[in-house]
Write a protein that binds this ligand. Structure first.
Ligand SMILES: [Fe+2]
Length: 352
């Protein structure tokens, strides 16, 4: 369904208020060729109506000749900001950047965040944004999960399909994605709702078996046959199965980069307004698949870079895989059992 400008402006106001935007602050709306025009225009109106000084910075797209798809997460590393000193300076001087383009996994994003600027990514279509409008309760739930994750030394994941994989933890921080940016230097993504971390370098071992119906991103498809991943010393060393496995193998090989096979972030979904089933309703280019990444109780694992966590891998290839029906244990304590989050459900009362 379409969303009215009024409703999207109200949604932006909620997100900007949760992000503690104050009158007189400088907001820069970062746009490029694929930016949704309604998302951009309503962001500008909402930020201005809250008293911010609003700029729009439009940059030219890059990597079109290299990427195998139009998905904004399908080719990482270099962005329209790479080597663009003028644009980076403008963003560093902003209090808040609304990234309607996708800077994720770029060195420039780290550089800008280090200056204290907040960055909020928002590239899903308007109806997805309003359905998954973040709340303080979302934040409280995700923060509680990431606090547990941040203390754990091991994550152990199993599933009826045969998953049995262990990740040693502690080297990298736990990260909370709840959809708004309420601290200086914070990055987040509207919509989201999950806790994540990275396994210690080289310390992921075991087997992950995707079941029919699980989703692989950026293919944005429900697989039709099981895929078996063998994980050794932090890397996926075998991807076996039918045609779905073959597609993934060819796609990852096209990057010609051993780091494409490294384990990337691991965690679980906590967003009750995100649905496993919505990907079946959308054209694949209409969404980047945040429903799939955030639906409650998924085991979200990935391959590719770890520079978001402070690691050194910056591979252009990034694969996100949310798996259903998994049981996730932290140091032996179940936090997700058979795809159900064991935290008592969404937090009703906001923590603050
Ligand atoms: Fe990811």
């Amino acid at each position: 369904m379409s969303v009215s400008d009024h409703d999207l402006i109200q949604a932006w106001k909620q997100v900007l208020t949760l992000s503690k935007l104050e009158p007189g602050q400088i907001v820069t709306v970062l746009t490029s060729a694929s930016t949704h025009p309604q998302t951009m225009s309503t962001a500008i109106i909402a930020a201005a109506s809250l008293g911010a000084t609003v700029n729009r910075l439009d940059v030219l797209p890059v990597n079109g000749e290299k990427a195998l798809s139009r998905d904004s997460l399908a080719y990482l590393g270099t962005t329209p900001l790479t080597g663009n000193r003028a644009a980076i300076a403008a963003l560093k001087e902003s209090d808040l950047v609304l990234d309607l383009m996708t800077l994720l996994f770029s060195p420039e994003q780290h550089d800008i965040l280090k200056s204290g600027t907040k960055i909020l990514l928002a590239v899903e279509p308007p109806e997805v944004l309003v359905r998954m409008l973040p709340t303080l309760a979302d934040r409280a739930r995700v923060m509680a999960a990431s606090a547990k994750l941040g203390k754990a030394k091991e994550m152990h994941v199993t599933s009826p399909a045969g998953t049995n994989v262990r990740f040693s933890l502690g080297q990298f921080p736990a990260i909370s994605e709840y959809g708004f940016v309420d601290e200086p230097g914070r990055w987040d993504h509207w919509p989201s709702g999950f806790a994540l971390t990275w396994a210690n370098e080289g310390q992921a071992e075991g087997t992950i078996v995707l079941e029919k119906g699980d989703i692989v991103l950026p293919m944005k498809s429900y697989i039709q046959e099981r895929i078996h991943f063998t994980i050794e010393k932090g890397f996926v060393t075998k991807i076996e199965g039918g045609v779905d496995a073959e597609i993934l193998r060819e796609y990852m090989a096209s990057y010609n980069d051993p780091d494409a096979y490294a384990m990337s972030h691991i965690g679980w979904g906590l967003q009750p307004r995100a649905k496993w089933s919505t990907l079946g309703l959308y054209d694949r280019e209409a969404t980047i698949g945040m429903d799939a990444r955030a639906y409650e109780g998924n085991f979200l694992f990935s391959f590719g870079p770890n520079n978001e966590a402070g690691g050194s891998r910056t591979t252009a290839c990034h694969i996100d895989i949310p798996a259903r029906n998994c049981t996730i244990k932290l140091d032996g304590e179940e936090v997700v059992r058979g795809g159900k989050v064991l935290d008592g459900g969404p937090v009703q009362q906001a923590a603050e």
